[in-house]
Design a binder for this molecule. Structure first.
Ligand SMILES: NC(=O)c1ccc[n+]([C@@H]2O[C@H](COP(=O)([O-])OP(=O)(O)OC[C@H]3O[C@@H](n4cnc5c(N)ncnc54)[C@H](O)[C@@H]3O)[C@@H](O)[C@H]2O)c1
Length: 341
């Protein structure tokens, strides 16, 4: 790395983060995905000038003030060519599916781990005042305590979790060695409108879609013992904005609600909200992820963050947004590649 790059990055670290208000510039990788589109909408509503970097073409309508550049993160030259100066870079692009990572682990690693390296390396030439990497609570592996703080052991058991953790290590090392001001958020189980039912594996969206179609809800695991921290995408976006503006470079923050809900309780909420009992049918032969997976969010709370969307309100809004007969989910939960018979 040239000394010019090195001093440019160091001066970025010593400066305070850019408040995300009118006049600020942000890049959102993966800005056309589920979480990214909500983040882009929130930034645009604040008057932030947003550039989306995504491998997919844009949706028909983009909010005012939003530009886009098509680039595949796996291609270092394309990433370099697509970057523009920005105060904050939110890195959300990647494979978000654990099932796909079992099916195509190399694709998953190249996208999440190498893609993050390519982006960070390119950013050393154009250092932002904050680099926010959206990781996943899957990096913890099976919980040893509940709720899980950020210093819980890291024992990924899916290729997806390993590639997300590799991305974290890339971001951390770019901070330590080159001063790239990286903050890391570990999201728990996110739900809300806009998830693609063919790719999304989150229980809330899947359960609501089966139920709205008048069908039994298929799930894997123990309905009582399998608990999750279900966070509405609006709360996740607020958490991302919080760590961008007030997080400390080099630090990791859990992004969740701190509330614990079992699959049975989720089905009960869906039944109460829709006025029709939900028929939950759990396959309790598959117990790989029947654990309590809940965030300790004290560190995020210390930055002033508070979750705002209750599960009841979030499920009601999702059911209303999906309408009477939404597309059924088709992403199974797969933890192991099937062995040959
Ligand atoms: N959805 C969740 O519950 C959840 C939970 C924890 C962490 N996350 C993380 O949040 C991020 C976003 O997840 P999501 O649910 O919005 O996923 P998504 O699949 O809806 O969106 C991902 C976006 O990244 C883009 N992308 C994928 N590969 C790319 C590449 N090689 N180059 C450029 N762009 C590429 C896609 O086109 C898409 O727009 C992911 O990094 C995921 O690991 C999501």
């Amino acid at each position: 790395m040239s000394s010019t790059v090195s001093s440019a990055v160091s001066s970025a670290v010593s400066s305070t983060p850019a408040p995300l208000r009118p006049g600020a510039r942000a890049i959102v990788t993966g800005g056309f995905g589920f979480v990214g589109s909500h983040l882009v909408g929130a930034l645009a509503a604040r008057g932030v000038a947003v550039t989306v970097l995504d491998v997919c073409p844009p949706p028909a309508a983009l909010p005012d003030g939003v530009e886009h550049r098509i680039a595949d993160l796996r291609d270092p030259q394309a990433v370099r060519a697509a970057l523009a100066p920005a105060d904050v870079v939110f890195h959300l692009a990647g494979n978000a599916s654990g099932t796909l990572s079992v099916d195509r682990p190399r694709f998953d690693f190249e996208t999440n781990a190498e893609g993050t390296f390519n982006l960070c390396e390119a950013l050393l030439e154009l250092p932002p005042r904050r680099f926010v990497y959206l990781s996943s609570a899957m990096v913890y592996g099976r919980p040893e305590s509940t709720p899980m703080p950020e210093d819980h052991p890291l024992r990924p058991f899916l290729p997806y979790a390993a590639s997300k953790l590799a991305g974290e290590h890339v971001a951390q090392s770019m901070f330590e060695s080159f001063g790239l001001p990286a903050v890391i958020g570990r999201a728990f189980t996110i739900y809300g409108p806009g998830e693609d039912p063919r790719r999304a594996g989150g229980e809330v969206s899947q359960f609501v879609r089966w139920h709205l179609n008048g069908r039994p809800i298929p799930a894997v695991g123990d309905a009582e013992r399998k608990t999750r921290d279900f966070a509405h995408v609006d709360d996740l976006v607020e958490g991302l904005l919080t760590i961008a503006e007030r997080g400390t470079p080099g630090e990791v923050y859990n992004l969740g609600t701190g509330s614990e809900t079992s699959l049975r309780e989720l089905a009960d909420v869906i039944g109460a909200v829709t006025g029709r009992p939900a028929d939950l049918r759990c396959d309790d032969e598959v117990l790989d992820d029947s654990y309590r997976h809940v965030a300790d969010i004290d560190k995020l709370r210390a930055l002033g963050y508070r979750p705002r969307v209750s599960l009841e309100a979030g499920v009601a809004a999702l059911a209303a947004a999906l309408g009477e007969h939404p597309e059924l989910p088709s992403m199974p939960a797969v933890f192991h590649r099937p062995t040959a018979a």
